[in-house]
Design a protein around this ligand. Structure first.
Ligand code: ACO
Length: 318
């Protein structure tokens, strides 16, 4: 049976760093409130004058992941971009990436919207698509530019989010393990809504923070347990837990409830904020580059977000 392994990762954060003190010049907030309630100290926004955009972040993260994998764009059979804030609805961000990197015409290119859970969904979707693809490598990117859909007069949301992209290259091969993916969605829950084409209300991202907090603390531990059960491994056999970075308190809650070793659950929200679909792959890449995830490691990734959606996988590094 064919399965997948991660053979390379990459990420890209934009250059405009906004500290909590910078946010306090825009809305009635403080470094103390933001850092104690969320763990965030700064976030990054695209600087359009420097040519930064959703497209450029996707391109840079994807190119770095291919470089790390030692894979040429011509070898990619599946190209997925998880996002809900692409520059254009069509061409999709995946098609723009195909053009930017010169991937062949028969590359399966598409965008996927599962909000902050999008990258983890993307890994599972790529796993399903690869056996029927033209070539055995998938490029999975998670990217969002939330600074575009934020209301900078709403202190309850604008301090939380940042822009960024991360990517992973998957290789499909006989004898490689399954991802043991679990997923779910709750389409009848509108506690997190962002505008789309033809949508007058809301004109910005709107969130009931407390409701999403309750949802997150329910699904993160549950997702973790379900993946471990599906994979038939114990938490001790997992090298790293890479959780969606929405709020440090949500991760701390899950870690405590599950009795996990906090060292294995390190986050990066302090300098990224919540980058939505970019969150999990950016953290993954930072851990790889810091030598904290290495060849043969097993990494459990879990995300949750608007939709509402959630997903988890256990991936092995080649
Ligand atoms: N600065 C100062 N005060 C603030 C701020 C701010 N930025 N924001 C809210 N407050 C105030 C509120 O007005 C409230 O004041 P009040 O008591 O006088 O009414 C007080 O702080 C407490 O507000 P709460 O909402 O109860 O604060 P809480 O501790 O719940 O933290 C937060 C809010 C950080 C949003 C939290 O609920 C949370 O993290 N929720 C989950 C969000 C999340 O995970 N989103 C991810 C979605 S992913 C996606 O798909 C995009």
């Amino acid at each position: 049976m064919r399965g997948v392994k991660i053979v390379g990762t990459g990420s890209a954060l934009p250059s405009r760093v906004m500290t909590n003190d910078d946010m306090a010049k825009i809305v009635d907030t403080s470094d103390e409130w933001i850092s104690t309630r969320t763990g965030i100290r700064s976030r990054c926004y695209c600087d359009t004058r420097a040519g930064e955009s959703h497209r450029s972040l996707v391109r840079d993260a994807a190119a770095r992941s291919l470089d790390a994998a030692g894979i040429a764009p011509e070898q990619v059979g599946v190209c997925l971009v998880a996002t809900f804030t692409a520059d254009t609805c069509t061409p999709s961000a995946a098609c723009l990436l195909q053009a930017d990197l010169g991937m062949p015409e028969d590359t399966l290119c598409l965008d996927l919207n599962a909000a902050c859970a999008g990258f983890v969904y993307g890994l599972h979707v790529a796993e399903c698509l690869l056996p029927g693809a033209t070539r055995p490598y998938a490029l999975v990117v998670g990217a969002d530019t939330l600074s575009r859909v934020m209301d900078f007069e709403d202190r309850t949301t604008c301090v939380l989010f940042g822009d960024g992209a991360g990517a992973a290259v998957l290789e499909c091969r006989e004898g490689y393990p399954e991802l043991h993916a679990v997923w779910g969605s709750r389409g009848d829950d509108s506690s997190l809504v962002a505008p789309g084409v033809g949508c007058d209300e809301p004109s910005y991202l709107h969130m009931d923070g407390r409701a999403v907090f309750r949802f997150a603390t329910e699904v993160m531990p549950r997702c973790t347990t379900e993946v471990l059960t599906a994979a038939q491994v114990s938490a001790d056999e997992v090298d790293r837990f890479v959780y969606h970075q929405a709020n440090k308190r949500i991760v701390d809650f899950a870690v405590k409830k599950l009795g996990l070793d906090p060292v294995k659950c390190e986050g990066n929200i302090d300098h990224t904020g919540n980058t939505s679909a970019g969150s999990v792959p950016i953290l993954l890449d930072e851990l790889v580059r810091a030598g904290k995830i290495t060849s043969g490691n097993r990494v459990l990734m879990a995300g949750f977000g608007a939709g509402l959606t959630w997903a988890g996988v256990l991936a092995e590094f080649a």
